[in-house]
Write a protein that binds this ligand. Structure first.
Ligand SMILES: O=C(O)CCC(=O)C(=O)O
Ligand SMILES: [Fe+2]
Length: 261
């Protein structure tokens, strides 16, 4: 499998398959420190440019099988803890669900690749399992000019982002690190984050094609800013949980995928 992956990803620079070697240990050490200090790990240039282009062009060719979203969503996506939050933002985007990503997509190869799952576990310091949701385990977000994704906490605990195509402008990922508890208890903090109050720390991560990133999306509130220009933003979201067999909840599946199961 490594040879298949080597055609997709820069394993020289990022030896995810050899984390116990010297360079693998250095990589993991850096990644753990970044996750601890910033809640986020980015590996720029993880995907070879050709592989990123293949993923982007396949996903854009399959966009008609995606689900167009046009509406508002709850910040907490109606998790069972009863937390609620609204930004009032109406927005649009297209999502290609897991079971509509073509079978020969590199995204399937990467999600099935054991060293990637093990890397996420090593970075977050817990066992992690691939998500069991037929629609949401891996989702491709496609955003054209004016599309965005509003502020939210993910249902799945950990996310690997694989950016396939960067937009001309906008499409920046913003996150408020480990903000769940505070946002839950302070509508004012939510309002300040949503209105861009400079007194609240929000980190900005521009989209670059080929970057692999890891973050804990269920506790760090995040959004994607509006895309500007003719080039669409195409990003795959690969999801993991500390418990096996986890899925999205009905609200999230309905709102992002327009279906019950
Ligand atoms: O597209 C991204 O970078 C993030 C998307 C996201 O937050 C999500 O799908 O939950
Ligand atoms: Fe998210």
């Amino acid at each position: 499998m490594e040879s298949g992956i080597a055609a997709l990803a820069d394993l020289e620079r990022y030896p995810l398959h050899a984390l116990d070697g010297e360079r693998g240990r250095e990589l993991l050490d850096r990644a753990r420190k970044a996750f601890e200090h910033t809640g986020f790990v980015a590996l720029p240039g993880f995907l070879h440019p050709d592989a990123a282009r293949v993923v982007a062009s396949q996903c854009l060719a399959d966009e008609g099988r995606g689900v167009r979203f046009d509406g508002t969503s709850d910040v907490f996506l109606k998790t069972e803890d009863g937390a609620q939050g609204h930004t009032g933002t109406t927005y649009t985007k297209t999502t290609l669900p897991y079971d509509r990503i073509r079978p020969d997509s590199p995204l399937h190869t990467l999600y099935a690749w054991e060293p990637l799952r093990a890397f996420v576990a090593a970075v977050v310091g817990l066992p992690v399992h691939r998500c069991a949701d037929p629609a949401g385990a891996v989702a491709v977000q496609i955003q054209h000019e004016g599309d965005l994704q509003d502020w939210h906490f993910d249902i799945c605990e950990y996310t690997v982002l694989l950016h396939a195509q960067a937009p001309t402008g906008g499409g920046t990922l913003q996150y408020a690190v480990r903000s769940r508890t505070q946002v839950r208890h302070s509508p004012d903090l939510l309002r300040r984050i949503v209105t861009g109050d400079r007194g609240v720390p929000v980190t900005e991560v521009p989209t670059a094609a080929g970057t692999l990133a890891v973050h804990a999306g269920s506790i760090s509130m995040h959004r994607v800013t509006p895309v500007v220009g003719d080039t669409a933003r195409v990003s795959a979201v690969l999801t993991y949980n500390s418990r096996p067999g986890q899925t999205l909840n009905p609200y999230t599946r309905q709102i992002h995928y327009g279906r019950d199961r």
